[in-house]
Write a protein that binds this ligand. Structure first.
Ligand code: ZN
Length: 241
């Protein structure tokens, strides 16, 4: 059965800037949804301006993996919707947080912190995304590195909790390095943070970047987990003879 993906985007830069709108005529969400659909996934999109930001109970209950792109309007995302998304992640929905989504309310909640600081600089430096875990399913079919000709620079220190798996580290022309592909397990949910994707460069049109996101969706999709028992268990599984 096809994996059901909802691509969420605040969708403001593409409307406000003609240059960014020209890179993503259907919005960043439209671009991502298109290549995921081409890869056999059942996709829908949701944006900030829609009622409940397009993330109703019904939409989330029918989503295996949610993708999140936000930048300038994190504060405009309703706390109630953040709670709703978080609950679904704890219950097994996958979550992929892209680029400046690191500063979103939902990623803060996942990381259990109020401050996710990092260094940044916007001058179109080259980024090399290095694979540091060649056994991970997210790197399936990739080269050992992805070269992005021009990107926004992010640099350590990135104030995240230690990831459960580190998949990529990026190097930037200006000298910084950054943990650019991080996996987290929370509750029954799998979360992947992936750094590339500044809005003024055509990053999500790059085939290698599309491959990473497609692989990440497959990895983050819920598995048929065993029923887990917790709490007081009065009856021993193996009764005493
Ligand atoms: Zn950016």
């Amino acid at each position: 059965m096809a994996i059901k993906v909802t691509v969420w985007n605040e969708y403001l830069h593409e409307i406000e800037s003609p240059e960014i709108g020209a890179i993503y005529p259907k919005g960043i969400h439209g671009c991502i949804a298109d290549f995921l659909t081409a890869n056999g996934m059942e996709t829908k999109t949701a944006t900030l301006a829609e009622p409940e930001h397009g993330l109703t109970e019904e939409v989330l209950n029918n989503t295996d993996v949610l993708i999140w792109w936000g930048h300038m309007a994190h504060h405009m995302v309703d706390d109630e919707i953040v709670e709703r998304v978080h609950k679904r992640v704890m219950d097994g929905m996958g979550l992929i947080v892209l680029h400046s989504g690191h500063a979103s309310k939902i990623f803060h909640k996942i990381c259990g912190t109020t401050s996710l600081d990092l260094k940044w600089r916007e001058n179109g430096e080259t980024e090399i995304v290095w694979v540091v875990n060649p056994t991970h399913p997210i790197v399936d079919g990739l080269d050992e590195k992805i070269i992005i000709p021009e990107e926004e620079t992010y640099g350590e220190h990135f104030n995240i909790p230690a990831p459960d798996d580190l998949v990529f580290i990026s190097w930037f022309e200006g000298g910084e390095v950054f943990r650019s592909g991080c996996c987290f397990n929370r509750g029954k949910g799998k979360i992947f943070y992936f750094k590339p994707g500044h809005e003024s460069f055509p990053i999500y049109h790059m085939p290698e970047i599309q491959k990473v996101i497609t692989n990440a969706v497959k990895w983050a999709a819920p598995v048929n987990m065993p029923q887990l028992t917790t709490g007081h268990v009065p009856t021993p599984l193996m009764p005493k003879k």
